[in-house]
Design a protein around this ligand. Structure first.
Ligand code: MLT
Length: 411
């Protein structure tokens, strides 16, 4: 008799965003003329930059010519893209990262889950609360947790609460942990990390032989020039951190798929016999076996992000979404709501009005304003009483959504 991975039975019925989509679809079925505005999942709405499209079209033409046709590419990504990224995203910021330490992939969501393949089962894992749910769910799937309690917390994970009191930045845990997920600019709260703050984590990780999984998917949205874009801007991070980045949000690649993971060659962890093993070698082995790389055309599109035109077009996209974020923050504040984030991140984290629970506010907003957001409690127990609004939408929709919300929810 075939059996299943029982760990899947510990998970909530649905992943957060499909669950939201399910509720929205059933509302639409019953209210077919409702003009729904979606500010829930952080999915981009604006067209791909022209430089990326031009590069992809050219790449498709190359695939149609025997002389320039490409079969399998390198599992790690083409050297020309990895070198561009190393220079522009890391070396230009003083980070000691070599192109060979960059692995191109089809998404940060996939990589933050896949990375667990190469780590042991007995690591103590720390996540913030609230947190991007993929970090928790993939650990559950991998059998790294026990069962879930009524607050939605899994036995075996160390939850680090992030609240308005600590500026949505987790405190260093009092106990020893081995793997730590940090995401800055933060999804879902929009909070940021200073260099000094990240240094405390790097020092902790080095002192405890821990590894930080640093999710920098939103680094392009940083507007404050004093804030670090990469954990490798912190001395010592090469020895204790893996960084995840994506082209999804800066260049609008959510439907195109391209991302990268940085695994420094100096990063090691212990094998069960006590020896030190290079993480890079394991990740390279894993990727070479389980992954065949991102398509040639998409990698050419990603490379175009670093061209002069590409940089200007990506900047314009980011500025556009950040203007949306400013509108959302200003309108909601004017209506008397407490808002956080939205300054260096495309997410605005809102305290629900009138003491409503996150899901009650979700339902109210859907029913009375036909606006979709994301309930804070979907990101963890400490997100209860909060709500996330994404700045990814057209200006028209953002203005209309704010008009509807502020009319109904003036505090
Ligand atoms: C989100 O809304 O949190 C993001 O879209 C999730 C993701 O990028 O996978």
């Amino acid at each position: 008799m075939a059996t299943i991975n029982d760990n899947y039975l510990k998970l909530k019925a649905g992943y957060l965003f499909p669950e939201i989509a399910r509720r929205v679809n059933s509302f639409i079925e019953a209210n077919s003329d409702a003009k729904i505005i979606k500010l829930g999942i952080g999915d981009v709405t604006e067209p791909l930059p022209e430089a990326c499209r031009t590069a992809m079209i050219k790449a498709v033409e190359e695939m149609g010519d025997r002389n320039t046709f490409k079969g399998y590419g390198p599992e790690q990504g083409y050297a020309w893209l990895r070198e561009k990224i190393a220079q522009e995203d890391f070396q230009a910021r003083g980070c000691d990262i070599d192109a060979s330490e960059i692995f191109i992939s089809d998404g940060s969501k996939c990589d933050t889950g896949n990375i667990l393949d190469i780590f042991g089962k007995d690591n103590i894992i720390a996540v913030t609360d609230p947190v991007y749910p993929v970090y928790v769910d993939t650990n559950v799937m991998a059998g790294h947790t026990g069962s879930v309690n009524e607050r939605g917390e899994f036995d075996g994970l160390v939850y680090l609460p992030i609240t308005a009191e600590n500026n949505f930045t987790a405190e260093i845990p009092s106990q020893k942990v081995d793997l730590i997920y940090l995401c800055f600019p933060n999804n879902p709260t929009g909070a940021t990390a200073t260099k000094d703050y990240l240094k405390t984590w790097v020092d902790y990780a080095k002192a405890n032989g821990a590894i930080i999984f640093f999710d920098a998917a939103y680094e392009a949205f940083i507007t404050d020039s004093s804030l670090p874009h990469s954990i490798y801007e912190i001395d010592g991070a090469r020895d204790c951190a893996i960084e995840f980045r994506s082209f999804s949000k800066n260049a609008g690649f959510t439907g195109t798929r391209c991302a990268l993971t940085v695994v420094p060659k100096t990063l090691t962890a212990k094998a069960s016999d006590g020896s030190d093993v290079e993480i890079w070698k394991l990740w390279n082995r894993r990727q070479s076996t389980k992954f065949n790389g991102v398509s040639y055309g998409v990698q050419r599109g990603a490379e175009a992000v670093y061209s002069t035109e590409g940089k200007a077009q990506v900047r314009a996209l980011i500025d556009f979404y950040m203007e949306n974020a400013t509108i959302i923050c200003e309108q909601l504040k004017a209506a008397g709501l407490s808002v956080y984030g939205g300054v260096n991140a495309p997410y605005v984290w809102v305290k629900t009005p009138h003491g409503l629970s996150s899901w009650d506010f979700f339902d109210k907003l859907l029913q009375t304003c036909n606006v979709v957001g994301t309930p804070g409690s979907g990101f963890g127990a400490a997100g209860e009483g909060y709500f996330r609004i994404s700045a990814f939408n057209s200006r028209e929709n953002v203005n209309e959504a704010m008009k509807r919300i502020t009319e109904k929810f003036k505090v």
